[in-house]
Write a protein that binds this ligand. Structure first.
Ligand code: ADP
Ligand code: ZN
Ligand code: ZN
Length: 658
């Protein structure tokens, strides 16, 4: 009688052995259906052990080994093992996440032939000098190397990716390309398909229906797919002929998953490139400070595109000093005038405000009542469009009261400004303009989003109002003005990454303007026109900003000069969460050594969410291996700590929000 060792999706960092007839090492990577508790589970066979650590009389026989698809390759298993180890997550849970839902449930999709999409000969532009240099550097890339492609907005980074992919296709290799957002995939898919008429392209993101997603996985696994495009979860697609990985907009926070397996797809992609010994290209107009730091230290190879490909020049960026001006609905005279000018010329404008809803809070001036959420440490936001007060954290909502719930005062007012209020104000000021608001409320599904994008491209919009959704990657040829309002709020935020994010956002959103033959202008309303962040922006000087930020981070001992992990706990009462963290800290003490430092447990900044109170404990080290070693040993002990039934905890390695 043989034996199989299976990774099952359970919240325990261990594997499970089962008895099985006629098994061989060929079965490693197959899925198996096994009895578990009173039911059954499906897992992946990760080993054929000679002996079990479980006592022989407790071993049960496997129900079935599913040999109806190619076994998952050893390197895929190794990739999952790396994630399990690095992110302190059970291997079975990692694999369950990495598999499409259908395959996870032991099923197979109905097969469909994967056909190349289009057969017209592609239009291939001549490379500009900087692009040519970058393409030559990447070459037909054999062997692991990380390239950081820093290219200003509109500099033609995509063309560089396409050339690098082309070189790999010519060698018979597969390419994996990751983008931050589902909405960007159709546009990109079209472009990639037009470029490689003979190539078989598949998409992998959460918007793909179950059957199609499983088919894409099998097409990749069985080597049929040539190019895989997708969001962060595509980093787990099995690719036996992998030749190249591209991560576009590598700085984007959406590459880091914020629940369950808290992985960074960009970092996992770099690990994977190294594991498979293939090149990886990380591209951005505003590289993450982590990646930029590696480029400066020589670990990554920096490739720069400083010229725009089509547009004559970068947009003119100016700050509008709002300190001495009485704003009208939050808008300065300069911005209003610039908007009027675009309207007269028949060009598009975009007003960027990274706050959705009508107003962030409803308040009563008579008694001080404000629209707090009773479940969260946050205010409910006024949504006038559907007449609701809504919490953006837990979703709790109610109608907008006509009078103060506490004192009955009829004069209750919305305070502050969100995209809906801006939309109303602009529509009132420019009654002839076609105004369109784009945020997570108006673009709540990928289909709605696509419809809105279509409207913009068809020239049916004069003034766009949008959150950061609009900042990423989209190309609007008739857009010549970008105004940013309310940006100052992020300048003094408590999170040390806030300036990096603000700079990237403003650079990205500003980069939407003047991308074709029309000159672009960016106006940033601020009360701090001399702030170094804005000065670097007006000079288009990412390098100056990044170098200054890195110096500050080094002085403060923040990442990328330190490595961090957070232990977070939540419970109905914060005392319980803090008590758990105190116990966790006590369990850590004997494991710490000199290289790892533990901070005191503290309530989180947003200390209550959805009726759970939250606290966290920061662990830090200047050595990644030391931190990793500590986390491995610590998380074993954490599993053994007593936790009240009502509380939960998790580890977040390389957290991006503190
Ligand atoms: P980025 O991703 O760097 O912001 P894109 O890759 O979207 O820029 O390119 C911006 C525009 O420039 C696109 O319309 C693209 O087709 C065009 N473009 C890129 N490279 C060239 C080139 N070598 N010759 C002509 N047009 C180019
Ligand atoms: Zn009141
Ligand atoms: Zn809430």
């Amino acid at each position: 009688m043989g034996m199989i060792r299976v990774a099952l999706d359970v919240p325990l960092p261990r594997l499970f052995d089962y008895l099985a007839d006629d098994v061989s090492i060929e079965d490693i990577g197959c899925r198996a259906r096994v009895p578990f508790g009173t039911g059954e589970k499906i897992g992946v066979i990760v080993a054929i052990p000679a002996q079990s650590e479980q006592s022989a009389d407790k071993l049960k026989p496997v129900t079935a080994i599913l040999r109806d698809m190619l076994p998952l390759p050893a390197e895929w298993i190794a990739l999952c093992e790396f994630c399990a180890r690095y992110y302190q997550h059970p291997l079975g849970a990692v694999m369950s996440f990495a598999l499409p839902p259908l395959l996870r449930r032991g099923k197979l999709p109905r097969r469909k032939a994967l056909a190349p999409i289009n057969a017209n000969p592609p239009a291939v532009p001549l490379l500009l000098p900087e692009q040519a240099t970058a393409v030559a550097a990447i070459g037909a890339g054999e062997g692991f190397e990380t390239y950081l492609l820093h290219g200003v907005t509109g500099s033609g980074k995509t063309e560089v990716y396409l050339r690098a992919i082309e070189a790999q296709l010519a060698r018979g290799r597969q390419a994996l390309m990751l983008v931050p957002e589902i909405a960007l995939t159709p546009q990109l898919e079209g472009r990639v398909a037009a470029r490689f008429p003979g190539a078989r392209i598949v998409s992998a993101h959460s918007g793909v229906a179950d059957a199609a997603r499983a088919r894409a996985f099998l097409d990749a696994l069985e080597g049929r797919a040539d190019i895989v495009l997708g969001t962060r979860l595509a980093v787990f697609m099995p690719l036996p002929r992998l030749g190249l990985i591209v991560v576009d907009e590598e700085h984007d926070a959406s590459f880091k998953q914020q629940d369950g397996l808290r992985y960074s797809a960009r970092d996992v992609a770099v690990f994977r490139a190294k594991q498979m010994n293939v090149p990886i290209v990380l591209g951005s107009a505003t590289p993450s400070l982590e990646s930029f730091h590696h480029a400066r230290s020589g670990r990554y190879r920096l490739l720069s595109l400083n010229q725009r490909a089509v547009a004559e020049a970068m947009p003119t960026v100016r700050t509008v000093d709002t300190r001495r001006e009485k704003l009208q609905d939050g808008l300065s005279a300069a911005l209003l005038e610039a908007l009027g000018l675009r309207l007269a010329r028949g060009e598009q404008s975009l007003v960027f405000l990274n706050r959705r809803g009508f107003a962030p809070v409803l308040a009563c001036a008579a008694c001080g009542w404000i629209s707090r959420c009773c479940r969260c440490a946050a205010n409910r936001v006024v949504h006038l469009a559907d007449k609701r007060l809504r919490c953006h954290h837990c979703g709790l909502e109610a109608g907008i009261p006509h009078a103060c719930p506490d004192c009955g005062n009829l004069d209750i007012q919305p305070f502050g400004r969100g995209t809906q209020r801006l939309e109303a104000a602009l529509q009132e000021r420019f009654p002839q303009a076609r105004v369109l608001r784009i945020d997570r409320d108006s673009a709540s599904t990928p289909t709605k989003w696509q419809a809105l994008l279509q409207q913009i491209h068809a020239g049916e919009v004069d003034i766009l109002i949008g959150t950061q959704m609009l900042a990423k990657g989209h190309d609007f040829p008739r857009l010549t003005l970008v105004g940013a309002v309310g940006a100052d709020a992020a300048l003094f935020a408590a999170d040390f990454r806030a300036p990096e994010r603000l700079f990237a956002q403003l650079m990205q959103v500003g980069g939407r303007s003047g991308r074709a033959d029309l000159a672009g202008e960016v106006l940033i309303q601020t009360e701090y026109p001399d702030h170094p962040l804005y000065l670097a922006l007006t000079d288009h000087d990412y390098l100056r900003f990044a170098i200054a930020q890195l110096a500050e981070r080094e002085q403060a001992g923040f990442p990328p000069f330190a490595f961090q992990a957070l232990l977070r706990a939540e419970a109905p009462h914060v005392e319980v969460a803090l008590a758990f963290l105190q116990n966790a800290a006590a369990a850590a003490a004997p494991l710490l050594g000199d290289a790892v430092m533990l901070y005191d447990p503290v309530p989180m900044r947003m200390y209550r969410m959805n009726n759970l109170e939250r606290a966290q404990l920061l662990v830090e080290s200047s050595s990644r291996p030391a931190l990793q070693q500590f986390l491995g040993r610590w998380s074993e002990r954490l599993g053994g700590l007593k936790t009240p039934r009502t509380s939960r905890w998790h580890l977040d390695v390389d957290p991006i929000e503190l």
